[in-house]
Design a protein around this ligand. Structure first.
Ligand code: AMP
Length: 191
């Protein structure tokens, strides 16, 4: 199985690049942010709970996203692999993901980490906030708070995969197609 963690700060382009990766390599996209927003739209109990955190720019509790991913892994048996987008965001999540994949005998093959300059991230997120109804992208102080949480809580996940020899940095500056080209080069190299 080709299981990929697509990693990077908010605004790095994970969602955009995930779409292109799943199309080219026929993989299953698992994006916890998308799942949580769907739950919010449905106003399910999980959605209502998640909204409290998301609106403030905080991470939702580990257990909540781990359960969502566990369910999705069960729902998709015959896929050639998964692209994990926005998950794991903590080392607790990363360890749990390894356990779940171990049970399926299908470990993470690589972490692709999109690297984008801080000012560019702020500009992209503010722009996305203008064009979508994502409330967490409309307020610059919430955006900066999310980037702080990324630096403090999520960056250690990079070291977790580095220690396993799975970290692959990708320059995330430039056009969508330029970045996708760099991603494909890394993936093709590993296949
Ligand atoms: P995203 O669309 O990936 O930027 O996620 C939007 C928001 O959903 C984040 O700011 C978090 O509040 C929440 N979220 C998404 N994925 C996770 C995760 N793996 N762990 C904790 N919170 C998450």
């Amino acid at each position: 199985m080709l299981n990929i963690v697509l990693f990077g700060p908010p605004g790095a382009g994970k969602g955009t690049q995930s779409q292109k990766i799943i199309e080219k390599y026929k993989l299953q996209h698992l994006a916890t942010g998308d799942m949580l927003r769907a739950a919010i739209r449905e106003q399910s109990p999980i959605g209502k709970e998640a909204q409290k955190y998301i609106d403030k720019g905080q991470l939702v509790p580990d257990e909540m996203v781990i359960n969502l991913i566990a369910k999705e892994l069960e729902n998709h048996h015959d896929v050639p692999g998964f692209v994990f987008d926005g998950f794991p965001r903590t080392t607790v999540q990363a360890k749990k993901l390894d356990e779940m994949l171990e049970a399926k005998n299908a470990p993470i093959k690589m972490m692709l980490a999109l690297e984008v300059e801080y000012d560019e991230l702020i500009a992209r997120l503010l722009n996305r906030g203008k064009m979508s109804d994502r409330t967490d992208d409309q307020d610059e102080s919430i955006i900066r708070g999310r980037l702080d949480i990324y630096n403090k809580t999520t960056l250690p996940v990079m070291d977790y995969y580095k220690a396993q020899g799975k970290y692959r940095g990708v320059n995330g500056m430039g056009t969508i197609d330029e970045i996708f080209g760099r991603i494909c080069e890394v993936i093709d190299n590993e296949m």
